[in-house]
Ligand binder design. Structure first.
Ligand SMILES: Nc1ncnc2c1ncn2[C@@H]1O[C@H](COP(=O)(O)OP(=O)(O)OP(=O)(O)O)[C@@H](O)[C@H]1O
Ligand SMILES: [Mg+2]
Length: 154
């Protein structure tokens, strides 16, 4: 297995739409992130942070360059990448109109668990967390529960 969580090499993303000037959102970006560290990416609005995250999480293809996640190329091995990462992007971290239990069930299905297994795992997790303050588990989420920890290769 690769010693790096992320290996980004000369990564470029150009958004091109008909009738509009192309936008070079990421311009030859290169960096490596070793495994086992917390890495933050800062930049002004429009710097290309979300575009980079979209490429690293296989949601959009780079125009040029390569991105490897835990040694797997985001373009050539997208499924291997998806199996190994968790992605929590800004306001889509949890669905606020769903209870915590419903969120657990939804994300369990995203991860490929069947309905019965998803229910078993969600119930087990809720049991594990049960405490005198556990009533929040079956209520809709508040916005303060929606703060993203960011994007973390597992
Ligand atoms: N789908 C798209 N089509 C065309 N241009 C886009 C698209 N998405 C982003 N851009 C442009 O690409 C550039 C980088 O945008 P991006 O959203 O990646 O930046 P960001 O660093 O995440 O910004 P913010 O801090 O505001 O979230 C900006 O100029 C933006 O307008
Ligand atoms: Mg952004």
């Amino acid at each position: 297995m690769s010693e790096f969580a992320l290996e980004v090499e000369s990564l470029v993303k150009v958004y091109a739409s008909r009738g509009k000037s192309p936008v070079r959102a990421v311009d030859r970006m290169s960096f490596c992130v070793p495994r086992g560290i917390i890495f933050g990416l800062l930049g002004p609005n429009g710097a290309g942070k979300s575009t980079l995250l979209r490429m690293l999480t296989t949601l959009t293809r780079p125009t040029e360059g390569t991105a490897k996640i835990l040694g797997y190329d985001a373009v050539k091995k997208p499924l291997e990448v998806r199996k190994r990462i968790s992605s929590v992007i800004q306001e889509t971290a949890v669905e606020l109109f769903l209870s915590v239990k419903d969120n657990l069930l939804t994300y369990a299905r995203f991860q490929g668990l069947d309905k019965a297994m998803a229910a078993r795992r969600a119930n087990a997790l809720i049991e594990e967390c049960r405490s005198p303050r556990s009533s929040w588990l079956t209520r809709p989420c508040s916005s303060s529960m929606n703060s993203p920890p960011g994007w973390i290769p597992s």
